[in-house]
Ligand binder design. Structure first.
Ligand code: HEC
Ligand code: HEC
Length: 353
């Protein structure tokens, strides 16, 4: 049975639907279009560099989270400063290491005045003196998540094949240091996630690496996708992408041409470096205090072996039986030969010779 009226009504309805749908689509398309040509919001000075890079299309490690979880950040910070934290399941987690905190060997703040050059121990010492921060064997965690390779260069000589996975993966670098450098254990997945989140929370922000004018320049160029690859390169040129590491021997054969040490700088090194571990309840059993007895002992060590201080700095020490903590050596980037001479000059001055 065919009802003409109904068919007409349906057709009409249909027609209106088509008309409405078309109008709707046009409107929608223009809105969408509008959205894509409108300038996106400017990057703020406190924006994280890694987020800006990701926004510009740079490839970041897939394990860098989409959004930082504040609970993870807090747990990671606890692990770095106190060696343990609250387990997400309740209760306290086990210590990563029985002997060290990560902060015994690593700062968590800026330590190089020029972020593009993290291999200048003289500039770092000046900065450490000015800001009263430790001068250590490990590199700072500040900006560690902005680096692109870890345990670089000569570190394979110390840890062999263990460094290979750590070279290109920050998570593996965390594990290597938790287990080997800090004589502890591997971290559980949630602990690794937490430390990584903490690292990202202390990674560079735009204002740490760019001036106000440079941030404005970035904002003026960012809506032109063709410029993104250049912008990414430009941003990365303001900080070091790795921490170079050269293992060196005491300069035995150049002994006669060594620079003259400066005792004032030696004092700073003694206090900001050696004494951060060689103190009461520190991670070494050997307390280096400021008594003339201690400095006289150092002097007797020099009488026995002119190179003992160089050897201590360049080789570090194994722990002794029954006492696991060891002393990490200083690479050329972490202490210069001149600085060893500064220390020597200070010891001799204090011993009264
Ligand atoms: C006894 C000293 C010591 C302790 C404790 C220590 N580290 Fe390290 N760590 C080092 C040294 C030395 C290096 C190699 C130099 C460097 O930082 O690049 C290093 C390197 C690293 C690196 C790679 C850095 C890079 O850019 O190459 C990471 C990541 C790291 N440690 C994480 C940790 C964490 C997490 C802890 C605490 C659970 C910790 N470390 C505790 C000495 C230590
Ligand atoms: C990260 C911690 C740390 C730092 C920093 C550090 N040491 Fe050590 N040092 C140790 C540990 C641990 C030992 C090995 C065993 C012990 O004393 O507990 C050690 C051992 C030594 C020894 C051998 C002591 C002995 O009689 O067996 C000397 C000498 C020494 N350190 C000198 C220095 C000097 C000089 C500096 C500064 C340039 C320095 N250390 C910085 C941790 C450190």
């Amino acid at each position: 049975m065919c009802n003409f009226e109904v068919i007409m009504k349906r057709m009409f309805k249909h027609k209106f639907t088509v008309v409405y749908a078309t109008l709707f689509c046009l409107l929608g398309a223009s809105l969408l279009n509008f959205k894509s040509v409108a300038p996106a919001e400017d990057y703020q000075p406190e924006a994280y560099v890694y987020e800006v890079l990701r926004d510009l299309g740079a490839t970041l490690p897939a394990y860098y989270p989409e959004k930082l979880n504040p609970d993870d950040v807090q747990r990671g910070k606890d692990i770095v400063f106190f060696g343990r934290t609250k387990n997400p399941k309740g209760g306290k987690s086990a210590y990563i290491s029985l002997y060290y905190m990560c902060t015994n060997c690593h700062n968590t703040v800026m330590e190089d005045p020029n972020l593009a050059n993290n291999s200048d121990p003289e500039a770092r010492l000046d900065f450490a003196i000015k800001n009263n921060i430790p001068f250590l064997q490990g590199t700072t965690f500040y900006g560690i998540a902005n680096r692109e390779t870890w345990y670089n260069d000569d570190y394979y000589k110390k840890y062999g094949d263990l460094v290979k996975p750590a070279n290109n993966d920050l998570r593996q670098a965390i594990q290597l240091c938790g287990k080997e450098c800090s004589k502890g254990r591997y971290l559980e997945d949630w602990e690794e996630t937490a430390v990584l989140a903490y690292y990202l929370s202390i990674s560079y922000r735009l204002q740490d690496i760019l001036t106000t004018a440079q941030i404005a320049e970035l904002n003026s160029k960012k809506n032109n996708a063709a410029q993104h690859p250049e912008l990414i390169k430009w941003i990365k040129s303001f900080y070091a992408l790795k921490s170079p590491a050269a293992f060196v021997e005491p300069p035995y054969e150049n002994g006669n041409s060594l620079p003259v040490g400066d005792p004032a700088r030696g004092k700073a090194l003694y206090e900001l470096s050696c004494q951060t571990c060689h103190k009461a309840y520190g991670c070494s059993d050997n307390v280096f205090d400021n008594s003339s007895f201690t400095f006289k002992k150092f002097n007797r060590d020099f009488d026995k072996d002119y190179w003992w201080l160089f050897k201590s700095v360049r080789h570090g020490y194994y722990g002794y039986p029954g006492h696991d903590p060891y002393m990490p050596h200083y690479t050329a980037e972490r202490m210069s030969d001149k600085q060893v001479m500064d220390l020597k000059a200070y010891f001799q001055q204090q011993a009264g010779s």
